[in-house]
Design a protein around this ligand. Structure first.
Ligand code: NAD
Length: 344
């Protein structure tokens, strides 16, 4: 079977489950209350073992992983069992990681219910949980059998939650394809069109570099900052909120280092400003503490943080070292509210 298929048809999705003796559904409480019963009924397999946990990043931890593993043992899950991850990126990351080690690896399928998970988290097989100090420290590259995407789930998602998905698609466009950025900028193409294009681009990169040694690193754009902020805020902020800052900060690094033109930076700022969500408060952030988090980031080399930079919209370059001064200056730029004004 070809793994990691992206399916838009429910029938095709159900067919991928046919060889499974047993399926176990894993979700969070919010998604369970919104879709659990209906989703289980639609599978036509009668009652399924269901494991559900508290929503949010605070659950992407060893405790939830342990509880899920205990649940799988109790419910008799074996090598032929297929896990279904129904939820946002927290659910798909966690389930994928558990699937990668349970009995040395069992199959799972993902049904992403947030735009973030449809556009990014569920695609490409990166799975992980957080260490209390470091985001996504414990993980594996372990693709699902299939990812089933149904945009109906987006109807119950708040604008704030959708923002994270849009930002990941903007990220993909910034490092890989200017025409996608322009499409998002113009606001004329449907969400479905943008989503499909972003998924195809990501899949192409993952096919070329599944283990994140080369071109796939580009998809980390914005994430050195985002992951450090999430750790600094002790995982109480959303990935989308952190990424909003991360995309601006790493675009600004590119501009400061003289390789990314001011007009391009202004286009990035203008597009990100359109998300009319309160910007994460950076007022009390100490650059030393922020840099310390970055030193722990797994993308760093010899404790020197690394970032992706932009040469132009649509072309990223990878693995540039980031100094404390870079971070201090960029933080000062963000803190001075240049976001509201201009990049001058
Ligand atoms: P999430 O799973 O926490 O979902 C966000 C919130 O939306 C949760 O409260 C959830 O209960 C709720 N929710 C989910 N679906 C809903 C729906 N249809 N309607 C209403 N509410 C719904 O987080 P997320 O934003 O989906 O994903 C963020 C996570 O994904 C982070 O942990 C991030 O690190 C990870 N991620 C992973 C990758 C990867 O390549 N593996 C890529 C990007 C992000």
């Amino acid at each position: 079977m070809v793994r990691d298929k992206v399916l838009f048809s429910f029938k095709a999705f159900v067919e991928t489950l046919e060889r499974a003796d047993k399926v176990v559904l894993i979700t969070d409480h919010t998604v369970e209350s919104l879709y659990g019963k209906e989703f289980i009924a639609s599978l036509g397999r009668g009652d399924l073992p269901l494991f559900s946990f508290a929503p949010g990043e605070a659950s992407k931890v060893r405790k939830t992983r342990d509880a899920l593993e205990d649940f799988l043992v109790d419910s008799g899950a074996d090598r032929k069992t297929v896990l279904i991850a129904l939820g946002g990126g927290v659910v798909t990351d966690l389930v994928g990681f558990v699937a990668s080690t349970y009995m040395r690896g069992i199959a799972y399928v993902s049904v992403p219910t947030t735009l973030m998970a449809m556009a990014d988290a569920a695609i490409g097989g990166k799975t992980a949980i957080n260490h209390p100090l470091v985001k996504n420290l414990l993980g594996a590259i372990y693709p699902p059998e299939a990812v089933y995407i149904d945009k109906i789930f987006l109807n119950s998602l708040s604008a704030k939650e959708k923002m994270g998905g849009w930002l990941e698609m903007i990220k993909i466009s910034l490092v890989l394809k200017e025409s996608l950025f322009t499409k998002i900028e113009k606001g004329e193409a449907s969400l479905e069109t943008i989503l499909k294009e972003a998924i195809l681009l990501k899949k192409k990169v993952v096919r070329e570099d599944p283990y994140d040694k080369g071109v796939r690193l580009l998809l980390n754009f914005g994430h050195t900052w985002a992951h450090a902020l999430e750790a600094l805020y002790k995982f109480t902020i959303s990935h989308g909120e952190a990424l909003q800052v991360g995309l601006l900060a790493e675009s600004y690094h590119s501009y400061r280092s003289g390789i990314f033109p001011l007009e391009a930076l202004e286009r990035v700022i203008a597009l990100i400003e359109r998300f009319n969500e309160p910007f994460l408060s950076l007022e009390n952030i100490d650059p030393h503490l922020l840099y310390k988090e970055m030193e722990r980031d797994k993308k760093g080399i010899n404790s020197i943080p690394r970032v992706i930079m932009l040469e132009k919209i649509g072309r990223g370059i990878y693995n540039r070292p980031l100094s404390f001064d870079d971070v201090k200056e960029t933080l000062a730029w963000l803190q001075s509210g240049l976001l509201q004004n201009s990049a001058q």
